[in-house]
Design a protein around this ligand. Structure first.
Ligand SMILES: N[C@@H](CCC(=O)N[C@@H](CS)C(=O)NCC(=O)O)C(=O)O
Length: 233
């Protein structure tokens, strides 16, 4: 049975978010790796706005927003209720935090990353703007026990991982990587630990596999868990 097609770019945090959602929901897609400088015509035909990720379903439906791809996957299969559908208040909190990441934090992250293109301020100014969101995460992660129990898995919304953790950590990883020496000594112990837990997880390692580009190799990679638990229509 053919799988939905996912146009993806390994290093893009939005595409990481989509790939995380697909594996967490135990779905399988045909992954077409792209480079942003040379987007395949087939991708642009499906989604003319030209951003990754893009998911093309067998029905012909196109989903070209990363959060919507996560939601599509988790609507197919969400055994751990990562969408927090049983607790609407928490679900609202998760969505609000993701929206804050996407609309407030991400623009500062881009300016921090490419400070030379934004000479109105220096790098440390842009970083300080981004740090305001890291403070928010730090407060979210400060659940009881997390400070004393170093083995505890930290999570943003309640006492277990939710869609918010997976949708947000790829962006915090990017923020950390702009200047790792600074990040490692910054006063965000819980966010540092939370990020490390995610980056070192088998799930993250699995979504960061390297593939040759689809345009050059002609190969789509079957991307999914070893055993697909259920096929989503
Ligand atoms: N809101 C979109 C944003 C996706 C996005 O901006 N992706 C970047 C790569 S990380 C992109 O494709 N940019 C187009 C380009 O650089 O040409 C989503 O959530 O999927």
């Amino acid at each position: 049975m053919p799988h939905p097609i996912l146009y993806s770019f390994r290093r893009c945090p939005y595409a990481m978010r989509a790939r995380l959602g697909i594996l967490l929901a135990q779905q399988t897609v045909a992954l077409r790796e792209i480079v942003l400088k040379h987007k395949p015509d087939a991708m642009l035909e499906a989604s003319p706005k030209g951003t990754v990720p893009v998911l093309l379903l067998e029905s012909g439906q196109v989903i070209d927003e990363s959060l919507a791809i996560m939601q599509w996957a988790l609507a197919c299969n969400d055994p751990h209720d990562l969408q927090l559908s049983q607790t609407p208040t928490l679900q609202q909190q998760a969505m609000a935090l993701i929206a804050q990441n996407d609309t407030e934090f991400k623009p500062w992250l881009d300016k921090y990353k490419y400070a030379d293109r934004h000479p109105e301020h220096d790098e440390s100014y842009y970083r300080a703007q981004g740090e305001q969101f890291i403070q928010v995460l730090e407060r979210q992660l400060a659940h009881s026990g997390a400070l004393t129990d170093q083995t505890k898995h930290l999570s943003l919304i309640n006492d277990r991982h939710s869609i918010a953790d997976y949708a947000i950590f790829p962006f915090i990883r990017q923020f950390a990587h702009v200047d790792l020496t600074w990040w490692n000594s910054a006063p965000f112990p819980l966010t540092q630990r939370w990020l490390r837990q995610h980056i070192e997880s088998p799930l993250f390692i699995a979504i960061m596999d390297k593939y040759p580009t689809w345009l050059e190799s002609g190969i789509s990679h079957t991307f999914g868990p070893n055993i697909a638990i259920n096929e989503c229509p």
